[in-house]
Design a protein around this ligand. Structure first.
Ligand SMILES: [Fe+2]
Length: 386
């Protein structure tokens, strides 16, 4: 099991999202604002160096105080102040922009609460279930994979609209893409299991050097949360508890390293984020999101291609998380939100089964280090055209 260093307790997420509004909205918009607790400025600061020090992330789980009741009182107090602020006749547009950012930030943490609870429950020998009952998969089969061609050309990439988007999605700019083909659906558990059973984890020829070292050092033999019983049957831990591995559901909880090795074994590759975005720009934002209540990816059912672009699992791309041409982080502390992480991480696209539907866009860029497995992360293949 990966260390808990990446995951945070629910109580911390609840307090941190409130801290965001208190620090970046109330603390700047109200001249005589008195913080709820001076200690919370430190405890619930995630990574904003310009705001001050932080309690180290790996130690968040050790915070038995403040209590959950204290955190709820913090949230209630800040919520009331926010209501008072919004009731004022004049709220500066710049403040409204930060409030909107705070809402999208809170949605990100709603998703993280579920990924972190799953990790926490998986670390408990009793393997408790978050959901009662196992929601059925939407489909009991997976359609044959098709390769959808895209022509070589110059394409516009990035956010150019007037609604909300994160700073890392712009500037909109042109990219040249060679002709490529994108898989019509996600890689399934059955397809990934074939890689496992073909010795995929023992064959260095498929692996990036860094990935091979990490997989060896951590003893990876299968995706996170996969397990075998005595008779060799495969199971996976879901938010509804341990259940038999469903062959048709998308493979989930793989790292970039595993996704890349699988793609190489398949004779394909991961898509570039620009290729993914080109395909997704024309697709409607529909899929298996948190609102479905399954909290688990589901088998492809659509006869319309491509499918599963949105929801189910975040799709690893081969693209390093880097600034778009002309990108400038916003001035001030909120410039730390995205820009400073543009090193040693890879872009994932499309949202997952624990992402709120209203949170995702075709241009949305999520990012994680290549060894991260605790997110709902999966694989869509691409390949070059001859
Ligand atoms: Fe945050």
């Amino acid at each position: 099991m990966q260390s808990m260093d990446d995951a945070s307790p629910v109580k911390w997420h609840l307090a941190h999202t409130t801290w965001f509004f208190e620090t970046f909205v109330l603390g700047t918009a109200i001249s005589d604002y008195k913080p709820f607790s001076p200690d919370f400025r430190f405890l619930f600061n995630s990574y904003y160096q310009s705001v001050g020090g932080q309690h180290p992330r790996p130690r968040r789980g050790l915070l038995t105080r403040p209590t959950l009741d204290d955190v709820h009182a913090y949230r209630d107090t800040v919520d009331l102040c926010m209501k008072d602020l919004l009731a004022r006749a004049e709220v500066a547009p710049s403040v409204l922009d930060v409030i909107e950012l705070g809402l999208h930030h809170e949605q990100q943490h709603q998703e993280l609460i579920l990924t972190d609870v799953k990790h926490l429950f998986a670390s408990n020998p009793l393997q408790p279930a978050y959901l009662k009952g196992v929601p059925a998969s939407v489909s009991s089969r997976s359609p044959a994979l098709q390769w959808l061609p895209h022509r070589e050309g110059l394409y516009w990439i990035g956010y150019g609209g007037s609604s909300f988007a994160f700073d890392n999605e712009s500037p909109r700019h042109r990219v040249f893409l060679r002709a490529f083909e994108l898989a019509s659906r996600l890689v399934t558990n059955a397809e990934y299991l074939a890689f496992v059973e073909d010795g995929g984890y023992e064959r260095p020829e498929f692996w990036l050097s860094d990935g091979w070292i990490v997989a060896r050092a951590r003893g990876w033999r299968a995706p996170l949360y996969w397990d075998r019983d005595g008779s060799g049957g495969w199971f996976s831990l879901t938010l509804a508890g341990l259940r038999e591995l469903s062959p048709h559901e998308p493979v989930c909880h793989v790292s970039l390293y595993e996704a890349d090795a699988f793609a190489r074994w398949s004779g394909a590759r991961l898509p570039a984020e620009t290729e993914w975005e080109l395909a997704a720009a024309a697709a409607s934002i529909a899929g298996n999101f948190v609102e479905s209540g399954r909290l688990h990816p589901t088998a492809a059912s659509a006869d319309e291609w491509p499918t599963q672009l949105f929801g189910d699992v975040w799709e690893w791309t081969q693209s390093p998380y880097a600034p778009y041409p002309g990108y400038q982080p916003p001035p001030g502390p909120l410039g730390e939100y995205n820009g400073k992480f543009m090193c040693n991480q890879f872009v994932l696209r499309g949202g997952s089964c624990v992402t709120p539907r209203s949170h995702i866009r075709a241009t949305y860029r999520n990012f994680f280090p290549p060894d991260a497995r605790w997110q709902f992360s999966g694989i869509r293949l691409a390949r070059d055209c001859d």
